[in-house]
Design a protein around this ligand. Structure first.
Ligand SMILES: [Zn+2]
Length: 81
């Protein structure tokens, strides 16, 4: 277990940890290359879009245990890098 806690999600509870580390399914919650945790909230209307895509939104609180994972400021800062 890493103790530094920086830039790593899944330390708050076993459920989120399992989701992020699972090889059994494609999770709708994932950390992107910038270190921001995103949740897929829906799909762009496939009848209007030629290339249907999942719509993502940053996750600020763990949906399973309610722990604060990141702040809008952190997401902004990382997203600009
Ligand atoms: Zn959690």
């Amino acid at each position: 277990m890493s103790a530094d806690g920086a830039g790593k999600f899944g330390n708050c509870c076993e459920v989120l940890k399992d989701v992020l580390e699972s090889d059994d399914f494609e999770p709708l919650i994932a950390e992107d290359d910038d270190g921001i945790l995103y949740m897929s909230i829906g799909m762009v209307d496939p009848e209007k879009e030629e290339d249907p895509n999942m719509v993502d939104h940053p996750v600020f609180f763990c949906p399973f245990c309610g722990s604060k994972l990141q702040t809008p400021e952190e997401v902004d800062a990382k997203g600009k890098a």
